[in-house]
Design a protein around this ligand. Structure first.
Ligand code: MLC
Ligand code: AMP
Length: 473
């Protein structure tokens, strides 16, 4: 397990400041309360619905210390998404903070509160955790069905963290501003866990608000920032609307920082250039995936080439499949399995290498060209499955047929777009309202085109490239 230091040094900042010692104590209390009369949770799946902050982190470590598997869920998701997770990995208990109690109770399994767990002063003996044990399950959309649970072990997480600490030269003097969701690898591993393993400070700033981020950058206290391209675009937009005085203050603060990283989706070169012109920071772009952690990165020192994702990170092996150019990855960072889906797990490996589905070329550095599946969409840094969205929309009484595609978008990278055959009275806002009760908001189509019938080939298969043309025309 990744063990944060145990000192009076500052570890986390939300509305309050929390030391490493406090984190150790509260996570041990949580561990003891979870264990009760048991010696080891033996990979029991424990989900949690907690806002970003100290309680989230103490809970995560409490579950790990007790030998459980942590299953973070997004408090912003509707019940249907949460129930999928609960059922898919047989979650036994949910831990929630007070604002999310009602939502947690709707999941129909025992609910524990952070107030109760964090106030426990018990100090039970913790089980011995071997590195190969399962630690974390994060959900990721594949090209088929509902999202799958990606299982990583303690050893996988350690390898992912150590690789980034080395490559980006993390030190305990850093303070990182955390604005990302905490149910995905970018926010959990790259920002939170790297910071804690380095003995640095992680400052939470949720929900993401561009002017708040600029103010914190201007304070001179923040040294690191990591985000998805959509967040950088939003920051640029806010900057452009600000007064000259504010712009000067923001620029100056950002210039004094150590490192700005972009990832989770392709960084458009104009965004990289604009960011550099206003902050003096050349964004470090890296490439990763829930199943593998981070695999490729531009250098911390040395040239960061626009449009490129660099070279393999320490300890990570990368190769391109001969015929397709698909990126394949091998190393201790690579996940263990998709929960309870052994066939899909083995189908995702070739000769021991994990097949990412991303296509690239090597030109003295890797450059991503695209994805092998048209049904995977990356929007705002989130990966979503067109087929999953279509299956949910087809349940709507007034939708006869539909096809979902990703269309290029300057704000979101790709935008989820819908081609619809159905009742003429049905509007996009009606569909959005209906779908938001069933799908995470970033999966809900935000663009629509109505057609008489969908373009299909002779075999009856929807031709997605024609659907995209229809929507973009
Ligand atoms: C939200 N909305 C969208 C949308 N997301 N509309 C179109 N496309 C999208 N992708 C809409 C909502 O429906 C809502 O609409 C309104 O925007 C506000 O919703 P929100 O949830 O408050 O969104 P916002 O805060 O604006 O989100 C923007 C964001 C967020 C950029 C902060 O998308 C984000 O945090 N992205 C990061 C995702 C991430 O961490 N990915 C890493 C995955 S791991 P209405 O109608 O209600 O107003 C990975 C591996 C790796 O990829 O390499 O890192
Ligand atoms: P996820 O499955 O949510 O972990 O998202 C992983 C996917 O994000 C990868 O398979 C890529 O398609 C995409 N991705 C991550 N980083 C980059 C990047 N720097 N450039 C292009 N795509 C990226």
């Amino acid at each position: 397990m990744i063990i944060p230091h145990s000192s009076e040094n500052l570890a986390l900042a939300d509305q309050q400041c929390h030391s490493y010692r406090e984190l150790t104590e509260k996570s041990h209390g949580t561990c003891s309360a979870l264990l009760k009369d048991r010696e080891d949770l033996i990979e029991e799946r424990i989900a949690f619905l907690i806002s970003p902050g100290f309680a989230y982190v103490a809970t995560l470590f409490g579950i790990w210390k007790a030998g459980g598997i942590a299953v973070p869920m997004s408090p912003k998701h509707p019940l249907t998404e949460l129930m999928h997770i609960v059922n898919e990995v047989s979650v036994t208990r949910i831990i929630c903070d007070p604002p999310h109690r009602k939502l947690a109770e709707q999941c129909g399994i025992p609910v524990l509160s952070t107030e109760q767990l964090l106030s426990s002063s018990e100090t039970k003996l913790m089980p011995t955790l071997e590195d190969h044990r399962r630690a974390l399950i994060l959900f990721t959309s594949g090209s088929t069905g509902r999202p799958k649970g990606v299982v990583t072990t303690h050893a996988n997480i350690r390898a992912q963290v150590d690789s980034l600490l080395e490559a980006w030269e993390w030190t305990s003097t850093y303070r990182i501003l955390h604005v990302l969701p905490l149910h995905h690898i970018h926010g959990i591993v790259n920002v939170l866990l790297c910071s804690l393993k380095a003995g640095a400070v992680c400052e939470f700033s949720h929900p993401f608000q561009p002017d708040v981020v600029w103010d914190r950058m201007a304070s001179g206290e923040i040294s690191l920032f990591m985000a998805v391209p959509t967040i950088y675009s939003r920051l640029i937009k806010t900057f452009e609307q600000a007064s000259t005085q504010e712009q000067n203050r923001w620029s100056q603060g950002a210039r004094s920082m150590r490192l700005h990283v972009s990832g989770s989706a392709a960084l458009p070169v104009p965004v990289l250039e604009k960011w550099e012109s206003i902050t003096g920071q050349r964004l470090l772009e890296r490439y990763g995936m829930t199943e593998i952690g981070m695999a490729l990165s531009n250098p911390y020192r040395g040239e960061r080439r626009p449009g490129f994702v660099g070279e393999p990170l320490p300890g990570v092996e990368v190769r391109l499949a001969k015929e397709t150019g698909e990126i394949e990855v091998r190393g201790p960072n690579v996940f263990l399995e998709y929960w309870n889906r052994s066939e899909e797990t083995s189908a995702s490996f070739r000769e021991g290498w994990f097949c990412t589905g991303d296509i690239a070329v090597y030109e003295e550095g890797y450059r991503i060209l695209g994805r092998s599946s048209v049904d995977i969409i990356k929007t705002g840094g989130y990966k979503v499955s067109a087929l999953e969205i279509e299956a949910v929309l087809r349940e709507h009484d007034l939708i006869e047929d539909c096809a979902v595609v990703g269309v290029t978008d300057s704000e979101w990278g790709e935008r989820v777009a819908l081609c619809l055959v159905g009742d003429p009275s049905l509007t996009l806002s009606m569909i959005r309202e209906w779908a938001k009760e069933r799908l995470a908001s970033y999966k809900v189509p935000s663009k629509m085109r109505r057609v008489e019938k969908l373009p299909r080939n002779a075999m009856g298969k929807v031709q997605k490239h024609l659907v995209r043309q229809l929507i973009e025309s």
